[in-house]
Design a protein. Structure first.
Length: 341
């Protein structure tokens, strides 16, 4: 039985005998904590109680016992936006919450525009500080990120990150992928916390609007779709926080509309590459390597060519408003500047 301990969906808190280090991440076996969002971890006063809890779980044959996290990561966190972080080299998307994007603006109670995505990012950074973060992976999204429920650890206590974000109005409940935070969202709304103080666009809708605007801009200026957009539109859409087994592919209505618009404006343009030709259509469309339009932690839009020293390290997150370009002129026209080196 002990030979299978690394596959169990729980971990004992901080036993020095049982820590397993792997690639700078600490995988720790802990007694299951309360699963109610926002609740603190239960403290066990004796080894006897902890052993009893462990034995009860090992002997359980119900489906809940079989279903556990795909992986557990714990350690210092690097926050990259209001619902995304890194633990070591592992990228994590918070489960069932959706925060404004880094470049998204909202309206406050005085009717003034402010960068609510940046506010959410900074608020989460300050809340986490230097404390370790514990994440239990539930699934992978279409970007390959770990979708996980994460907690900020403070000694024997923990605070659910999703609960804190939603309760303070820095994120909304991602209702189609989990109902854990709906009640907290309703309370934050009633108390006019965070984004609820004024007006804002739901982050998921905002991202869709940005994609549509990017499509329209490309059609207007070049008469053709950007290569990466062709590829993404040609692929079935699987939403964040969902698994392929429980989430059916979304209908390609957006792709169909885009293809129709392109056909009307440019009948001679070649069709997009077939499904599965990821990257191929991008290269053919541009006739060369793609230019990467990145948005840094300060919200600055910077593009990287193959001559840029950091080109290979830059990862584009289209969900966050980042994008690819075929030419530097196209990048500059869209508001991006060249990388300094």
């Amino acid at each position: 039985m002990l030979s299978h301990v690394n596959h169990l969906p729980f971990a004992l808190q901080r036993p020095s005998c049982c820590n397993v280090a792997a690639s700078r991440q600490v995988h720790r076996l802990v007694v299951p904590q309360a699963t109610v969002p926002g609740r603190h971890a239960v403290e066990y006063g004796s080894n006897g109680i902890a052993a009893a809890a462990l034995a009860a779980i090992l002997l359980s044959s119900g489906p809940a016992a079989a279903a556990g996290p795909l992986a557990v990561f714990e350690g210092p966190a690097r926050i990259v936006d209001g619902d995304t972080l890194y633990i070591g080299t592992e990228k994590v998307r918070l489960y069932a919450v959706d925060a404004p994007e880094k470049t998204q603006a909202c309206t406050n109670s005085r009717g003034e525009s402010y960068m609510c995505g940046q506010v959410a990012l900074q608020a989460l950074k300050e809340r986490v500080g230097t404390r370790p973060v514990h994440c239990e992976v539930k699934s992978k999204d279409q970007y390959g990120r770990n979708v996980a429920a994460c907690s900020i650890m403070d000694g024997r206590l923990s605070e659910d990150m999703g609960s804190w974000l939603v309760a303070n109005g820095h994120a909304v409940a991602y209702k189609q992928f989990g109902k854990d935070y709906i009640v907290m969202e309703e309370k934050a709304h009633a108390m006019k916390k965070g984004v609820w103080q004024g007006e804002f666009t739901e982050p998921a809708l905002w991202r869709k609007q940005q994609r549509a605007a990017s499509l329209n801009s490309s059609l207007s200026s070049t008469g053709s779709l950007p290569g990466p957009l062709q590829t993404s539109l040609a692929s079935p859409a699987v939403a964040p926080n969902s698994s392929s087994s429980s989430q059916a592919a979304a209908p390609l209505t957006y792709a169909a509309a885009a293809a129709k618009a392109l056909q009307q404006q440019q009948p001679a343009v070649a069709a997009a590459p077939p499904l599965g030709a990821v990257g191929v259509g991008s290269q053919l469309q541009c006739g060369g390597p793609l230019i990467k339009g990145n948005i840094n932690s300060k919200g600055q839009k910077i593009y990287h060519t193959t001559a840029s020293g950091s080109y290979a390290r830059v990862e584009i997150d289209e969900k966050a408003g980042e994008r690819y370009f075929c030419t530097e002129a196209e990048a500059q026209a869209a508001g991006w500047r060249a990388a300094l080196k």
